[in-house]
Each structure stands twice: as C-alpha cells, then as structure tokens.
Design a binder for this molecule. Structure first.
Ligand code: UFG
Length: 319
C-alpha cells in the first residue's frame, strides 16, 4: 500500500515517513521544503518537491497512492498572527486542493494532522474532543476550518480521522539518522531548554500563572507514540466517517518540571531566567485521551524523560 505523506520533510512528517517505510508501506512525500529539510527525507521514499497550491503537482504525487497522511501546513502560532492570509492560503486552500484531487483519483483514506490549538483557551481541563472549539489564533482557526472541510467531504464517502496534537516532543532514530525538530527560530520548550547556556539562558515565560509552581502546564507526547497512533488511525478510518481524536499523554508537566527532567538527563543544572508571560499562552493545556484509547486502542508509552533524552541525543548527533 502506498501512502502520500504531505509535509514529509518536516519534523513530524519525516518521522511518519520513516516509520511507515519500516512497517512495510510504500511512501510518496510531497513537500515544498519551505520549512522542512531535504536532509530529513528518507531515501527510500519517492520525493516530489512542490506545493499543495499546485494542482498538477498534487495529481502526480497521488499517483499509485491508496491513502494520504496530511501534515503539510504552516504551523507557527506567532507567525500566523502576523501572516493570517498566508496561513489561510496554504492550510485551507492547500487542503481544499488535496481533497478535490483525492476525490478525482478515487482515494478515500485520510489521516489529518490537526491541533489542540483548535480549542483555544480551554474552559475546563482535561480537554475532550467535545469541548467548544474557539481558536485564539489564525493557525488554530485554519486547522479547525480544515477539520470542518473534512467533515463535509466524509458526507460524500471520505474515510477520515483528524488527530489533534498537544505538545509533540522527542526525536526518532531512523535508519539514516535522527529526525528531530529543527525550527528557525526555535520556539519550543524542550529544544530551548537543552540549548540553554549561562550566556544565553532559557527564558521561562511567566512564573505567576495559576498553577502549583506558577509556570505553564502542557501535555507532552513523544513523536514516535504520536506516529504509532497515525498508523493505527490509517487502519481504522471508515467510509463516510470523520472522527476527531486527541493525541497527548493525558498528563500535564509544568515548565519547571520540564527543566528538572532535563537537568537529570544532561546531569547539570539548566541555566534559566524568569521572563514575562508570552502573549497568547494559556495556563494549562492537557488532553483527555480516552477517545484515542477506546477508538484506536492506543496509549502513549514513552515518558517525558525519554522525550528530553531523545531530543538531547539528536542535538548532540548534529553538533
Ligand atoms: N516556554 C518557555 N520558554 C521557551 C519556550 C516555551 O517558557 O523558550 C513555555 C511556553 O510559554 C509554554 C510551554 O513552555 O508554556 C510550551 O511552549 P511551546 O512553545 O513548546 O509549545 P506551545 O504549548 O506554545 O504550542 C504547542 C505547539 C503548537 C500547538 C499547541 C497546542 O507548538 O503548534 O502546542 O497545544 F498549537
């Protein structure tokens, strides 16, 4: 079975590509390499460099495929506030093209990379899929619009699952080396914690949040657990049905707890300084993952220490 992986040169898409290949699937990657890295591409995959805004490119990428895992998107919250039209064009417009071409090619199976950013500021915690979706930035808004578009397409027979990620972390060691997050600039907590030095300490964004230690709480899930859920989802999609399923660990860790876990991994204290709150951050984001457990039969198995440890190893391998 050949799967089209859009965004297969990015952090999560490249991990999906390598894990699918290792499970015996054939993979075609479609990526414009605007944020992904060509050196993350698995050499065993067929690679088409191009955009979801180009119909001919999508047509050729879909050739011989029986299913799609759709990761290709703009995915930075801060950037989305500055460039909402770009996010609309790529995330909504690109997916519209993809769905139309899938339909024309008779490809009916889709696993979509959605996000907890669709929920916005949660009214209660943990967040279930039935929580009201009120995104607070264009990134979350565009991903929510895509979820709605997929629900509509399912009425005409599409078999789809949207997976709403919480905080994806960790790295995957593929046959050709570590696949890890490499954003520029890096905004995510774990890579920043591991890069902190006494000259350039980690900035802790807020210590006055309404949480036990005053720092923000997030739900971290290992990228390998996350992709295992995608591969299960691919087998569970049902014609005419669109399910939305949270992927997280169901457990929250504060920024201070992540710093403590990292100090254990690197065996020295992490240099940090307290900074003002970052605009748009909610205090607590934790997933209710009961639907993933019951409907996918999935539960994460990798700990926060493993996420930090794998990120550390991958950073050292690249240094
Ligand atoms: N943080 C710091 N210092 C840093 C970086 C982050 O204190 O240098 C804090 C943030 O304020 C936040 C926590 O660490 O409290 C996690 O921040 P990240 O930037 O790692 O992740 P976010 O929770 O902001 O965002 C992630 C994804 C988004 C997704 C969101 C949904 O990156 O794409 O989860 O839950 F939309």
């Amino acid at each position: 079975m050949r799967i089209l992986v859009t965004g297969g040169a990015g952090y999560i898409g490249s991990t999906a590509t390598s894990m699918l290949l290792e499970k015996g699937y054939d993979v075609t990657v479609l990526d414009d390499c605007s944020t992904g890295h060509a050196d993350s591409l698995d050499p065993r995959a067929k690679f088409i460099q191009g955009s979801l805004l180009d119909i001919q490119t999508i047509k050729s990428a879909l050739s011989d495929c029986q299913a799609v895992m759709h990761f290709g998107a703009k995915s930075l919250v801060g950037e989305s506030v500055e460039k909402p039209e770009l996010y609309r064009e790529v995330n909504v417009g690109g997916t519209k093209n993809l769905l139309a071409e899938m339909s024309a090619a008779g490809i009916t199976k889709l696993v979509f990379s959605s996000t907890a950013a669709t929920y916005g500021q949660p009214k209660s915690s943990p967040i279930s899929e039935d929580a009201e979706a009120l995104p607070t930035n264009p990134y979350g808004q565009t991903k929510l619009e895509v979820d709605h578009m997929i629900t509509e397409a399912a009425k005409s027979g599409l078999a789809a699952i949207s997976l709403r990620y919480f905080n994806v972390a960790g790295a995957f060691k593929s046959q050709s080396g570590w696949l890890a997050e490499r954003h520029n600039p890096e905004t995510h907590l774990i890579p920043n914690v591991l890069r902190a030095t006494s000259l350039d300490p980690l900035k802790v964004f807020g210590t006055d949040w309404p949480t036990p230690d005053g720092t923000c709480i997030r739900d971290y899930v290992h990228v390998v657990d996350l992709i295992e859920a995608h591969i299960i989802a691919l087998q569970k999609v049902a014609p005419g049905n669109h399910r939305i399923i949270n992927l997280g660990s169901g457990v929250g860790y504060s920024v201070a707890q992540v710093i403590a876990a990292a100090a254990k991994v690197v065996t020295h204290e992490i240099p940090y300084e307290n900074s003002p709150r970052r605009a748009g951050d909610p205090a607590v984001l934790v997933a209710d993952i009961s639907r993933a457990k019951t409907e996918l039969g999935w539960a994460p198995t990798r700990s926060l220490e493993q996420m930090v440890g794998d990120t550390w190893e991958s950073q050292n391998a690249r240094a």
